[in-house]
Write a protein that binds this ligand. Structure first.
Ligand SMILES: NC(=O)c1ccc[n+]([C@@H]2O[C@H](COP(=O)([O-])OP(=O)(O)OC[C@H]3O[C@@H](n4cnc5c(N)ncnc54)[C@H](O)[C@@H]3O)[C@@H](O)[C@H]2O)c1
Length: 439
């Protein structure tokens, strides 16, 4: 006798519980947004749709307690996560975020977007993500190191060069990756450079990795602009988030002649119609930690950022920034998602109706993981490539992947996001089907 399909998070055989499943998305956070994106792709998956539930369930979630000694003699506890969403195509791969707002829902969504992204650019990885709920700016360097090392030890049972390979994300950097690599190596008894990517170049890192995500944003942005007849060299660009991704993307766009007219970060929003001096702004951020206080720019109220008259908008900060509330006000012709999950599905619909092209995160910011893949390959072979070769390979992969996604979007008359999900989910579910179910 066939049973009616269970609602997400419910077992078909266990009685319904009054407590919610962690899989439920009734409070629409990032995981809820991801589930809606998956639902939009299922009608395009043909026979593979019977495996689609796989996409809605992370394979493995580890929640860890991270106790550390603080400098003042007290003991503090932090909440840490590592989620492996899908490993059908290879080991888990995805960054580690240190942020005070990290939640399980967020890390689940970020891990799932990694599965999609890695399949979209066809690197041999599954998707994973990690995070600690902490404001690292409030920790001393010693506290930060102790927290990073304890977190790495706690998740050490599920990460490894062939299992799951973390990388930098918001508020984590090369130094954090060096501590993670060292901790894992100490615990396993041999130097294991391939356990994380985004390491310092002197420790098995790759040339070009630091700039890779921004370079990828620039590469696919340029391709997309060509398709819609938008001239990059005269474009006015607004960037939200001026860290690793937004800073590098802003620099590359400005070097082509584009004007970066507005930048927003956690410290505030600045504007200059004639274009901001990007090298000077990057130096200011390095010196002070924020774009706030930059001379030679007007200060805008944060909310006004979304009203700025520009041609290209690059969200490169956090999720859920472009929502049904502000999507109708955005003047840009094209949005290139440097951040993960910056646009909600409701905002996607509004933007599509208004003919604003959205180049989605799952292809636009895949440059970082692509060069992470190169780093991992270089670590395994202990043979390192020069930067020219790395950038050339990166650009080739990004252009090829984007061309494929563009074609699917045209053929099926769907958004670039749904097209990217179609390409990626077919790859993921095809490998799922080939491998079969164990046992
Ligand atoms: N680093 C990578 O290689 C990589 C790869 C793919 C995707 N991403 C995504 O790109 C985004 C940015 O990551 P990053 O590595 O550049 O981080 P980062 O820590 O280097 O920079 C984050 C930036 O966001 C700004 N920001 C934080 N909160 C903000 C707020 N409330 N309003 C406006 N700005 C705010 C910060 O001030 C900073 O400028 C994230 O969504 C991340 O997941 C990063």
């Amino acid at each position: 006798m066939s049973q009616a399909p269970a609602a997400l998070g419910e077992s078909p055989i266990a009685p319904a519980s009054s407590l919610p499943s962690y899989l439920q998305a009734d409070k629409l956070g990032p995981w809820g947004n991801y589930l809606q994106q998956v639902d939009r792709v299922i009608p395009h998956l043909g026979n593979l749709a019977r495996w689609a539930e796989t996409l809605k369930r992370p394979k493995r979630i580890l929640i860890v307690d991270i106790p550390i000694h603080m400098d003042d003699g007290t003991v503090a506890h932090f909440e840490g996560y590592r989620v492996q969403h899908n490993v059908s195509r290879g080991p888990g791969k995805g960054g580690v975020r240190f942020h005070q707002d990290v939640t399980l829902s967020e890390v689940m969504a970020l891990s799932a977007w990694m599965s999609v992204k890695n399949a979209a650019v066809n690197v041999p990885y599954g998707g994973a993500k990690g995070g600690i709920r902490v404001d690292p700016k409030k920790l001393s360097r010693g506290e930060l190191e102790r927290m990073t090392r304890r977190y790495t030890s706690e998740i050490g049972i599920i990460i490894g060069p062939n299992k799951d390979i973390p990388a930098p994300d918001v508020n984590t950097n090369e130094q954090i990756m060096a501590w993670m690599m060292d901790t894992y190596s100490m615990n396993t008894g041999s130097t294991s450079t391939g356990v994380v990517t985004g390491k310092p170049v002197d420790l098995g890192g790759s040339l070009g990795r630091r700039e890779a995500t921004g370079r990828g944003v620039f590469t696919v942005g340029t391709e997309a602009a060509r398709h819609i007849g938008l001239d990059i060299a005269t474009a006015r660009v607004a960037v939200q988030g001026f860290g690793n991704v937004g800073g590098v993307a802003g620099k590359l766009f400005s070097e082509t002649g584009a004007r970066i007219i507005a930048v927003q970060d956690h410290g505030g929003t600045i504007f200059r119609e004639a274009g901001l001096d990007v090298p000077a702004l990057l130096q200011h951020v390095t010196d002070t930690g924020s774009v706030a206080g930059f001379a030679d720019a007007e200060v805008l109220a944060d909310e006004k950022f979304w009203d700025v008259d520009c041609d290209i908008l690059i969200p490169a900060a956090l999720e859920q920034q472009i929502t049904a509330e502000n999507a109708g006000r955005i003047k840009a012709r094209m949005i290139i998602e440097g951040a993960n999950g910056p646009t909600t599905p409701a905002a996607d619909d509004i933007l599509q109706e208004r003919n604003v092209l959205v180049v989605p995160d799952v292809i636009a910011n895949a440059g970082g993981v692509t060069v992470s893949y190169f780093e991992w390959v270089q670590d395994f072979s202990s043979f390192f490539w020069d930067e020219e070769e790395i950038n050339a390979r990166l650009v080739k992969i990004m252009k090829t992947a984007f061309a494929g996604v563009w074609q699917v979007a045209q053929e099926k008359k769907v958004s670039l996001r749904t097209a990217t999900f179609i390409v990626a989910c077919q790859r993921i579910l095809h490998t799922r089907e080939l491998r079969g179910l164990y046992p």
